[in-house]
Design a protein around this ligand. Structure first.
Ligand code: ZN
Length: 452
């Protein structure tokens, strides 16, 4: 099938530009797993989609975890004896280890050294480090900067606060014809890093925007913008009763680099989302990889934990940890491209299209083939070696539509594109040769509104 054009705009170039602009706007903000940076980020997303924000107090127990104190930072630096800021948070928010406790001290370089982190193999890149669950502090810097530090005393200031507050996450719910939900989740906790994970935030935002414009969604959609790990755990803990409604799910991250696509299967391994993603990538991407579930990575780890075992896969391009720029200052605005962002959105939309269109039918004329020619559905002149792909697709759909096979089953078994199988089914339905098998859906009550 050809990849559907995103409905947000006229062309992939245009939507790629819009996605890139959002990434660029969010890039300077200092995000962490809690704090004002996340709130500011979600406020910007609210200009694009109907996003509701939730605040969960520090200290809330969420399964085996506790919502941490809220971290906020105003300024941080290391200043030499001449009064020069040799490491400056204002130049890059990566310079401060995320969740550093407040510090205001003078110390010799030897003592400071144990709090400094560099990447000797990439001496011009600043690493990204966090210290969420151990109260500590530190600075990250270019290895070349470290080499230039002279012996002597330094003023070390981290003007931050780590206090009781809240954890903030965003939720965008789009109602469909059924209560069954598609979950799309992305993490929001990284500071100035583009592929991991502003690209995921941009994809989820523009996917939600495109789906919000559709009039007749089969599924309801829930987009979660949560801090990594603790945010997904918090949502699952507070929404445990909703999880039975999740029919399909996708975590998105690292979707802005020009590398090939990677789809990581759900823990189940054969969920419909796993098969839909494989079908789309088979048709759409010249090069891609499908990998099995592992209990590491992004928030699919939580959604696929054994107590939930939800059908949630993960869509990336080059996966985390497999590009050298990962978790460094080189994951910047030059690393992600408009083309890659637009293509990733198109793949996500095509996966949604498979889920939305994966109906099951019953052939109304199952005893021998129905006479297609009489209905204008079959080539008039016989004897051609090539039957024509739409006609071939109709034969497959008629043969396998026994109420047990979905259109995705038929696409897989025939080796034909899902879009073609779907078109064939639509044509046959128009001619009364197929009936939809009911019972797929748990419809929403006619009163309409549904809670977030
Ligand atoms: Zn990361």
């Amino acid at each position: 099938m050809s990849i559907a054009q995103p409905e947000t705009c006229a062309s992939p170039a245009h939507v790629g530009e819009e996605m890139y602009r959002l990434v660029a706007e969010l890039y300077p903000i200092c995000r962490s797993i809690t704090g004002q940076g996340v709130r500011e980020t979600l406020r910007i997303l609210q200009r694009h989609i109907p996003l509701i924000t939730r605040e969960v107090p520090s200290g809330t127990r969420v399964f085996d975890w506790t919502v941490p104190k809220e971290w906020n930072i105003r300024d941080a630096y290391v200043r030499n004896a001449r009064g020069e800021r040799v490491i400056d948070f204002r130049a890059s928010n990566l310079h401060v280890v995320s969740y550093s406790i407040p510090v205001r001290r003078r110390m010799p370089l030897d003592e400071l050294r144990s709090h400094l982190f560099t990447l000797p193999e990439h001496p011009d890149w600043i690493p990204y480090r966090t210290s969420y669950y151990a109260e500590d502090w530190g600075f990250c810097l270019r290895h070349t900067q470290l080499a230039d530090l002279e012996d002597g005393e330094y003023d070390v200031v981290i003007d931050a606060s780590l206090e009781d507050g809240t954890l903030t996450y965003g939720e965008c719910c789009l109602p469909g014809r059924t209560r069954d939900e598609v979950l799309v989740s992305t993490h929001t906790c990284h500071p100035s890093l583009c592929n991991d994970n502003l690209s995921g935030i941009a994809l989820a935002t523009f996917l939600a925007q495109a789906l919000a414009r559709r009039r007749d969604l089969r599924y309801s959609y829930r987009f979660l913008f949560v801090p990594g790990t603790i945010g997904a755990i918090t949502w699952l803990s507070l929404n445990e009763e909703r999880t039975a409604r999740i029919a399909h799910g996708l975590v998105v991250s690292c979707v802005g680099d020009p590398g090939k696509f990677t789809y990581k299967r759900s823990r189940r391994g054969d969920a419909e989302i796993d098969r839909a993603a494989a079908e789309v990538l088979r048709r759409a991407a010249s090069d891609y990889e499908i990998i099995d579930f592992t209990p590491y990575g992004y928030d699919e780890r939580q959604y696929c934990s054994p107590g939930f075992n939800l059908p949630v896969g993960c869509l990336s391009r080059t996966p985390h940890g497999r590009f050298p720029q990962y978790h460094t200052s080189a994951d910047d605005l030059g690393f992600v491209t408009r083309e890659a962002l637009a293509e990733s959105l198109a793949v996500a939309l095509a996966i949604v299209d498979v889920l939305e269109g994966n109906d099951r039918y019953v052939n109304t004329q199952p005893k021998c083939e129905p006479q297609l020619g009489r209905r204008g559905l079959y080539r008039r002149v016989g004897g051609d070696a090539d039957l024509g792909s739409l006609q071939m697709a109709m034969l497959w759909v008629l043969n396998l539509s026994d109420g047990r096979h979905s259109l995705l089953d038929i696409a897989e078994r025939s080796g034909m594109a899902f879009g073609l199988i779907h078109d064939a089914a639509a044509t046959l339905r128009e001619h009364g040769l197929l009936q939809q098998r009911h019972g797929e859906a748990d419809p929403l009550p006619s009163s309409g509104g549904r809670g977030g």
